[in-house]
Design a binder for this molecule. Structure first.
Ligand SMILES: [Zn+2]
Length: 386
């Protein structure tokens, strides 16, 4: 079916142009409607075989493969991004998509609009070359990744076709990210007795309990588990809050948000760990979103993990090495991704993206155009071979 020679320079130029248009279309969580329409229009213009939106606002596009009975290869990126913060901290306006020194600058450039454009244009590349992918390929653009992944959850719950592999566009520096740890966040609240701050002996100040707890927490980190490839469980206290805004009142309670990244813990093992460190001081653990108790469960909290020796990892690595002339390293993510939502459905997940992990969520976020060029070649070969 081959015949038309691919113009790689033209392909990259079009892909960069589309990345800029994506960056120029702000898409904070719950505000993805406009960018979903932009992506759908682009896929129709590129002559994808099917383009559709679902009730959640996720946008999808399909190319028919040579072997339509095989499970589908899915290229997944999210549509949303984090807040740009203070524009004064940026070398160019965060929604400009300006190119400086071979890099596209903008909120979402690396996480994840540049990689999203690469995924879509690798599909377009095959059509331009007069080719078909080996099996069906679906581009899946999902909403609300940055606030928990409701879009990805909806997508996987409503799947009506079989999936062989999901490739995530999350920043992996053109290497293969085979997994990441699970994530759990919880409030730990210490209760005290509120009185006038001038008479502390009459009350009970929960801030002392919190302070002792945090010290013990720091010392106890190495009691948590470790995964041979994904590394050790970590815990970071992030937000601290009290019930009062008054400077002359001892708080009735104080609470800290703990962000756990888990190797092999369950809700029950984490809660036991926290209770032991909190000791006798009256305290409670709750879900950060609902404020309800955490589930009573001994099941491992999922990240995702695709073993290096697995057939999907081997096949993906071989295809990308062939396409780019460079064997991609097998690595893992520090952060969590939507990949974890696919694990309960036994769908293999691998991250492959031209963006660099340290560019995600920073002021002045950018992506290297040369790396996008390499990634296009990797993705195109993956579509041909996988
Ligand atoms: Zn992301």
């Amino acid at each position: 079916m081959k015949g038309i020679k691919l113009d790689w320079a033209r392909l990259l130029a079009d892909c960069v142009d589309f990345s800029q248009r994506l960056i120029q279309t702000p898409s904070m969580p719950h505000e993805e409607r406009e960018i979903a329409a932009l992506i759908a229009d682009e896929m129709r213009r590129l002559q994808f075989d099917e383009v559709w939106l679902d009730e959640m606002g996720d946008v999808n596009g399909r190319l028919f493969g040579q072997n339509r009975h095989l499970p589908t290869l899915v290229l997944n990126s999210h549509l949303d991004h984090v807040d740009p913060g203070d524009p004064a901290l940026w070398p160019a306006p965060p929604y400009s998509g300006k190119i400086v020194d071979g890099r596209i600058i903008g909120r979402g450039a690396a996480d994840i609009k540049g990689p999203l454009a690469v995924q879509m244009y690798s599909m377009a590349a095959l059509l331009r070359a007069g080719e078909r992918p080996y099996r069906d390929v679906v581009f899946s653009g999902v909403v609300q990744e940055e606030i928990g992944g409701a879009g990805a959850e909806f997508w996987v719950q409503n799947l009506d076709y079989e999936v062989a592999l999901v490739v995530l566009g999350e920043p992996s520096d053109n290497n293969l990210a085979l997994g990441h740890r699970g994530i759990t966040q919880m409030w730990v609240r210490f209760n005290g007795r509120s009185v006038h701050a001038s008479a502390p002996e009459k009350g009970q100040n929960p801030n002392y309990a919190l302070s002792a707890f945090l010290e013990r927490l720091q010392d106890a980190q190495n009691e948590l588990s470790s995964h041979s490839h994904l590394g050790p469980t970590t815990v970071s206290p992030t937000i601290i809050e009290v019930d009062t805004k008054s400077p002359n009142v001892i708080p009735a309670w104080t609470r800290v948000l703990l962000d756990f990244r888990t190797a092999s813990e369950s809700f029950n093992s984490l809660q036991a760990f926290v209770h032991q460190l909190a000791g006798d001081w009256p305290h409670a653990i709750s879900n950060t979103w609902t404020n309800q108790p955490l589930p009573d469960s001994d099941e491992t909290i999922y990240g995702y993990y695709t073993p290096p020796e697995s057939a999907v990892a081997q096949k993906t690595q071989a295809a990308i090495a062939k396409g780019t002339g460079r064997e991609p390293a097998l690595t893992s993510y520090q952060f969590a991704t939507d990949g974890r939502h696919f694990v309960p459905y036994h769908i293999p997940v691998i991250g492959y993206s031209p963006a660099e992990e340290d560019q995600a969520h920073i002021a002045g976020e950018s992506i290297a155009i040369a790396k996008m060029g390499e990634s296009l070649r990797g993705y195109v070969q993956l579509l041909r071979d996988f």
